[in-house]
Design a protein around this ligand. Structure first.
Ligand code: IDC
Length: 545
């Protein structure tokens, strides 16, 4: 059930609320409200959860995709509600990034227009999409006070909208992470006076060194680190930095990327872009593409006439429209993703019985239960699905077939953000053993936990009952212990060999007696009867040997 994760989100919210000053500002300007139903009313406020970003009302990883406006001071003609509507309706953007032009000394360019920024933000809120307020500078730390007063004002007026994301520093250049972090630590409290929304922090080397940030993270519960790439220039090395940051449990946000070269020009590099897109999809990284512009350079989505689409424009429209085909908020009714939709238990599935190998490994995918109570499936970072929302009293049942009664070591791939829990394994009402699952630091931070169980022979239902929740389970690997049978050594000479088959054959025709220890070895399927089936099982073991 979803209570566990909802609780941790509530705790995160309460904790961040505690850090807020006592008096929350009540804005005086006229309220903006969503005229349409879009991703924001579905997912809610974006929040970091381990290395993922989830929604306050959708507790699964959220990935939103959209476009970035160009420097406001140079392409102000697009900073209006007409462009926002076109980006949402035609391009299917779920997020827009407002790159407010700020010079290298950290001051808003003369042409920069905060009024236009506000009208774009209002239009985005009306369309129910996410909107990033980007302090688009390469030298913001040179004027921290300007950033502080700007973000304080914007957070005061817009921080209560789930739509709004604050991006503190587009791209620091060749400066240290500690300098950037020092700047962010001064600006963040200005925002936190009014809002606990997601904050994006740019990283050194034009927002590439997310690994450096992940090694020394900012102490705030809702911060993600920014990675920018240009497909014509950057490839696997930069993705490696992203992977390193994710492996340190940092949330990564691609607030700007280009299909072209890092100078913003050149032709669309489809091959490299596709590699980047699939990497971002597999890590559920949200993104904005550069740029809503008609400047004569390859990254502009508009041509010289200001409205026709360039190669980059057509390509981005295609990518964003394809994403719209599958986006959860467009395809799954909200009622189905609301907390704990399970009203009737158990929930059956049509799954084939799994035959366990008696000599090697057999993998059981946790989602292949035949029935369950109270759990849900979700996308797994290890591939496929995992079982999630497992809480005390929830269970999954699996149809298995065991060639002969023997010990198996079960390796359970499990994850738990905090707390963990305990699984009790049973077959036919008999408890076989229990396994403790400790916290792994994230709902997709998979670790392996082992327990050895003696499984009865033949077909049975293996039940995983949750003594205490909660945790996620991805798969269980069954390893026949020692790769050899724990039965079949009927003459007790330490080996399962042809001599045992001869002894069993003689017993079956009444030509030999077995003592109780030998009889236990002869009852290969552990059904309390020694007959020709046991001889067949024994012969099968011998043939494999
Ligand atoms: C570029 C514009 C270019 C402009 C330049 C000014 O495309 O026309 O002359 O800014 O600095 C980034 C930056 C983004 C750049 C873009 C392309 O965030 O502002 O825009 N880029 O160079 N980082 C990597 C590439």
């Amino acid at each position: 059930m979803k209570i566990q994760k909802a609780l941790s989100a509530v705790c995160a919210f309460v904790m961040s609320a505690v850090l807020l000053p006592q008096v929350l500002y009540v804005p005086e300007f006229s309220e903006v409200s969503a005229a349409e139903s879009g991703p924001v009313s579905y997912y809610g406020q974006l929040q970091t959860s381990g290395n993922k970003i989830i929604g306050s009302s959708y507790k699964e990883p959220v990935q939103v995709k959209g476009m970035s406006f160009f420097w406001s001071n140079w392409q102000g003609q697009y900073w209006n509600s007409g462009t926002v509507d076109r980006m949402v309706d035609e391009f299917k953007c779920e997020i827009l990034r407002c790159s407010l032009g700020v010079d290298d000394q950290g001051s808003i360019y003369n042409g920069g227009d905060v009024g236009a920024l506000r009208s774009v933000m209002d239009a985005a809120i009306a369309k129910d999409i996410y909107v990033i307020v980007d302090w688009h500078s390469h030298g913001a730390h040179n004027n921290t006070n300007a950033a502080k007063s700007f973000f304080s004002e914007i957070a005061r007026d817009y921080g209560k909208y789930d739509n709004v994301i604050f991006e503190l520093y587009n791209e620091p250049t060749m400066i240290s992470w500690s300098t950037v972090k020092g700047y962010a630590e001064q600006v963040i409290p200005e925002i936190r006076k009014y809002s606990d929304n997601l904050i994006l922090v740019g990283t050194p080397t034009w927002s590439q060194d997310v690994d450096a940030a992940a090694n020394d993270p900012i102490n705030d519960s809702n911060v993600a680190y920014v990675l920018h790439f240009y497909a014509g220039t950057h490839g696997g090395d930069l993705r490696g930095k992203g992977d390193a940051a994710l492996s340190k449990n940092a949330a990564v946000f691609v607030s700007e990327w280009g299909t072209v070269n890092a100078d913003g020009d050149g032709s669309v590099n489809v091959g490299s872009t596709e590699q980047w897109l699939s990497w971002m999809d597999s890590n559920k990284l949200s993104w904005c593409n550069w740029a809503i512009s008609n400047k004569a350079e390859g990254s502009s989505i508009f041509g010289g006439d200001g409205s026709s689409l360039t190669d980059a424009g057509n390509y981005l429209k295609k990518i964003l429209n394809a994403h719209a085909e599958n986006a959860v908020w467009r395809t799954v009714p909200k009622s189905e993703t609301d907390p704990d939709p399970h009203t009737s238990d158990p929930d059956p599935q049509n799954v084939e019985r799994l035959s366990l190998s008696d000599s090697g490994n057999t993998v059981l995918e946790a989602e292949n239960y035949t029935s369950m109570s109270g759990v849900e499936l979700e996308d797994c970072t290890q591939g496929g699905k995992n079982v999630g929302y497992i809480e005390s009293g929830d269970w999954m049942s699996y149809s298995i077939s065991v060639p002969q009664a023997m010990k198996y070591e079960l390796t359970v791939d499990a994850a738990s953000e905090s707390g963990g829990g305990q699984i009790a394994f049973s077959c036919g009402g008999n408890t076989l053993g229990t396994l403790d699952i400790p916290a792994t630091g994230g709902w997709q931070n998979w670790q392996q936990f082992k327990v050895t169980l003696e499984l009865p022979a033949g077909e049975s239902d293996l039940k995983l009952y949750t003594q205490q929740g909660g945790f996620n389970v991805d798969k269980i690997t069954f390893t026949a212990v020692g790769g050899q049978a724990s039965r079949g050594d009927i003459n007790r000479d330490g080996y399962v060999s042809a001599a045992d088959a001869v002894l069993l054959s003689r017993y079956l025709i009444g030509d030999a007696q077995l003592n109780s220890e030998q009889a236990e070895q002869a009852d290969l399927n552990d059904n309390q009867v020694i007959n020709a089936i046991d001889l067949t099982l024994l012969k099968r073991i011998l043939l494999r040997q």
